[in-house]
Design a protein around this ligand. Structure first.
Ligand code: HGY
Ligand code: MN
Ligand code: MN
Length: 416
């Protein structure tokens, strides 16, 4: 096991090949979940895994599991994976690096004729991003029991299309019940999507957990009227109200600096006509903090300030709770395997808590889990200019390989 490494060139070629599926003029990827482009990359992934000798199973949420047999088929697999869906202006590496690095681990084990004790699996989790269908990490959440299938199927995008119907439309509603499958351990490689590793010149992040995150949807209702004839003191302008709320929501995060973050990323103004006072505004809220107690305080402050501004401006404001993903602490043995693997290769590394959500956050509820981070240029992600170098992808995949093999060996030694 000691000197096994991945094939860096083959990994990079696979990343660049799949980046063309939904590739954008600015060099990013727009491959929203359950679109025809998602189907295309899923088909690519299935045939690449089958070519590597894996058996591919799809569950009822479209999660894809590619299994490489081990010596003992009775053991639960050691799984790797992430997601193939992207943001509308996503980069080439968010999610896909973790899935293709898992495939590269399998390809490298095949090249070496290395037989693991437990089976090995690579997973593509459906709808990690949550951009088209909220909340994020929806299918890994169903797998872990955070949501049920009817809830997932009922989720609608902003055009009113439903998750379940779109999943069936692209032909990826599998027959296996979601969550039925056992996982012995889960390791996810991902870009950091933040600036810490690059700032500190660290090659690898040993991810010890994920911060807490909560999503809301707000509908502010005022009164549509003529832009030219409605005196300022008689207006009930939903957009002016929403604008004050957005500023106040930003202020709640600043008040809990430096670890709190708040974002309003999606806004719809109705009727969206230049000479009608906006009668209704819909917007999203994303709150995050490593400490769930502080996150709950932030939630209370945000809801209170929305109600106060609505009252002052004679507006109505409805706040819907969409998602609550508590802070997660990963399994010490899995984290240790990642740290030891980084040290084996002599990669500089540091422990880090993830600011972004990942499927590993939910899978940690049903299996020992940890993550591996590699830096991305200037920490930029959820942006078409997201960038890493081939040797950074290779470093992450090597650590993933070594951590999985070490965990497999430790499990076998314990059973002996
Ligand atoms: O929102 C997140 O943190 C993840 O990228 N879905
Ligand atoms: Mn991601
Ligand atoms: Mn993302």
């Amino acid at each position: 096991m000691q000197n096994l490494t991945i094939n860096a060139e083959r990994l990079w070629d696979s990343l660049m090949e799949t980046a063309r599926i939904g590739g954008t003029a600015k060099g990013g990827i727009c491959r929203l979940t359950l679109t025809d482009l998602d189907r295309q990359v899923r088909d690519w992934f299935r045939s690449a895994c089958e070519a590597a000798g894996c058996e591919v199973t799809v569950d009822e949420l479209g999660n894809m599991f590619a299994r490489r047999p081990g010596k003992d088929p009775s053991l639960p697999p050691i799984a790797m994976g992430s997601h193939l869906d992207t943001q509308p202006t996503g980069g080439k590496f968010d999610g896909v690096l973790g899935v293709l690095a898992g495939l590269e681990v399998i390809r490298s084990l095949n090249d070496a004729g290395y037989e693991t004790n437990a089976p090995i699996e690579v997973v593509n989790w459906t709808n990690e991003e949550g951009s088209r269908f909220a909340p994020a990490m929806l299918a890994s959440g169903v797998f872990a029991g955070a949501f049920d299938r009817p809830f997932a199927d009922s989720r609608e995008d902003r055009e009113g299309k439903r998750f379940g119907e779109e999943l069936e439309r692209i032909g990826y509603r599998g027959s296996e019940k979601c969550g039925e499958r056992k996982i012995g351990a889960f390791f996810e490689l991902h870009i950091e999507q933040g600036p810490i590793l690059e700032d500190e010149r660290k090659e690898v992040g040993v991810v010890t957990g994920v911060q807490g995150m909560r999503w809301y949807e707000v509908t502010v209702t005022g009164f549509e009227s003529h832009a030219g004839t409605t005196p300022m003191h008689l207006r009930r302008d939903a957009l002016v109200g929403a604008a004050r709320m957005v500023e106040a929501i930003n202020g709640v995060a600043l008040a809990h600096a430096p670890l709190a973050v708040s974002t309003v990323g999606l806004m719809e103004v109705r009727p969206n006509s230049r000479n009608i006072l906006p009668g209704e505004v819909f917007f999203s809220i994303d709150l995050r903090h490593p400490d769930d107690v502080v996150l709950a305080e932030m939630e209370g402050e945000v809801k209170a300030v929305i109600a106060r501004i609505a009252g002052e401006m004679k507006l109505d404001a409805a706040v819907a709770d969409i998602w609550n993903s508590p802070a997660v602490h990963f399994d010490p043995a899995c984290v240790g395997a990642v740290r030891a693997a980084a040290e084996d290769f002599g990669y500089s590394h540091r422990d880090i808590v993830s600011g972004a959500g990942h499927d590993a956050a939910y899978i940690s509820r049903v299996a020992p889990t940890a993550m591996v981070f590699v830096p991305c240029e200037k920490g930029i992600s959820h942006n078409e200019s997201e960038k890493i170098e081939p040797d950074q992808a290779a470093a992450g995949a090597n650590v993933l390989l070594r951590a999985v093999l070490a965990y497999d060996k430790a499990m076998a030694d314990r059973a002996a």
